[in-house]
Design a protein around this ligand. Structure first.
Ligand code: NI
Length: 176
């Protein structure tokens, strides 16, 4: 396993549509493991292929606090969505920033797992947000295109939070 270089906003690959994976080869398995390692190392909750320079439809997500509940999704497709939620989002490709984004409250998605099984997931709340954010990466979109209001520096939000100590603002932990 190896850490991969995380691509940053402005790099062309982040605005391209990623391609379907036709076969789960050893290289894809290695990519998935590297993506997990890279996501954990960067303290993110999700990472998509284009973010490590690979234009393929694969994402990894782990929203658990213990960092022990990884989901690897190959060729994921959102098949149903319901409701809305508005909350803070950040991205490993846009370091140090956060913004408010409205997403569906619940989504259902189909995907292939790393063993090649067809799977379906029902996600709600923060997991639904993470799924939507990562799948956007596969279509060449960053959350900053959907931010309501403006994009904040995390340092700015932390100092506001210290002063007000109310809402859990973007604290730099939500990076996907
Ligand atoms: Ni992201």
């Amino acid at each position: 396993m190896a850490l991969r270089n995380i691509r940053k906003q402005g790099e062309e690959i982040l605005s391209k549509r990623a391609k379907e994976i036709r076969e789960i080869t050893p290289r894809i398995e290695e990519l998935a493991q590297d993506m997990l390692e890279t996501m954990y190392d960067a303290e993110g909750v999700g990472l998509a292929g284009p973010q490590v320079g690979i234009l393929k439809r694969i994402v990894v997500i782990d929203i658990s606090e213990e960092r022990n509940d990884p989901i690897i999704m190959i060729n994921p497709v959102i098949t149903e969505s319901e409701g809305t939620q508005t909350g803070w989002e950040g991205c490993l490709s846009v370091p140090g920033k956060s913004g408010q984004v409205t997403r569906p409250e619940k989504v259902r998605a189909t995907f292939i797992d790393i063993e090649g099984n067809e799977c379906e997931i029902e996600a709600e709340g923060f997991l639904a947000r993470a799924v939507c954010h990562e799948l956007d990466h596969l279509d060449g979109h960053l959350y900053v295109e959907k931010v309501e209001g403006r994009l904040y520096d995390n340092s700015e939000l932390q100092s506001e939070q210290e002063e007000e100590d109310d809402e859990p603002a973007g604290d730099g932990e939500v990076k996907a």
